[in-house]
Design a protein around this ligand. Sequence first.
Ligand SMILES: NC(=O)c1ccc[n+]([C@@H]2O[C@H](COP(=O)([O-])OP(=O)(O)OC[C@H]3O[C@@H](n4cnc5c(N)ncnc54)[C@H](O)[C@@H]3O)[C@@H](O)[C@H]2O)c1
Length: 302
Amino acid sequence: MNELKVSDIKRVTVIGAGLMGAQIGELMARIGKCSVTLVDIKDEFVSKGLAGIDQRTEKFFVAKGKMTSEEKKELMSRIGGTTDMAKAAAGSDFILEAATENIKIKKELFKKLDENAPAHTILATNTSYLSITEIASATNRADRVVGMHFFNPVGVMKLVEVVKGAKTSENTVAATSDLARLLQKEPVVCWDASYGFLANRAYFAMRMEAVQMLYERVAPPEEIDRALKLGYNLPMGPLELADMGGSWAIYASSEEDRIRELGSEKGKLHPLIRLMVRAGYTGGAGKKGIYDFYKEVLSKMK
Ligand SMILES: NC(=O)c1ccc[n+]([C@@H]2O[C@H](COP(=O)([O-])OP(=O)(O)OC[C@H]3O[C@@H](n4cnc5c(N)ncnc54)[C@H](O)[C@@H]3O)[C@@H](O)[C@H]2O)c1
């Protein structure tokens, strides 16, 4: 098999069974009807990913009468998990990497995936910001390495950015775009010459303007979010969404990457984000973010 087509994609491996990997694996099995293997570094992470799929399927499909218990059983029988990445890669037509956002980790992973996967297998990454071309340079199949960027929550968000590295082949882009369509998503193709690709790059600029307005005390966070929601029909404001997803911590830990890609003027961390993350206001599940930082600290500063 030389040029992979979407109809050839039967066995999918997802690397990283965390927030995104488990949801993507679920979609590949449920809608794509593929047999899916989730890979992570520890058995407990794999089990947690599989348990999440089981719970979501029960809550959103079986309990709502959209799937029978037998259909759920059949679905779950097509999803497995392992920590043996080499073995999983060897039996895959398509590999989607959704491991931790770190270039060193991703390059090491892609080197191993390239060594173990069959020649026809496409290696895709769900990276939000890292260079596809740099990740592909760790392999001997740069033509079959591509970005396939899903958005959270994966079951709801329609967009998948298909990102072409410098050497990604047109066939790889076509097969990956067709796979996104098969999963009932809308692929948008772009070049790997943009930090944050399309959606995150533009959204980041808007969110930083919102942070700057808060820094200047133009209005409290609720009001800034309300203006953007009402003015642009956004379901959530950029500040509350970052609090929910933990984006502040991610921005703080990726400052070096941003400066490298965008230069210091655009890449430098906003001082307000630096201050709040240092004080423990990182956002993310169960953690305080910019709303609490404003209420507890910023609004009291003279
Ligand atoms: N969180 C989001 O909203 C979002 C949206 C789009 C894209 N992404 C991207 O998806 C990727 C995963 O993000 P996430 O939010 O799911 O992170 P996460 O921390 O929830 O999950 C990452 C998983 O990768 C595992 N992992 C780390 N190194 C590994 C290795 N060598 N082999 C196998 N597994 C390994 C970790 O143990 C963890 O379970 C990142 O590249 C991120 O930028 C995230």
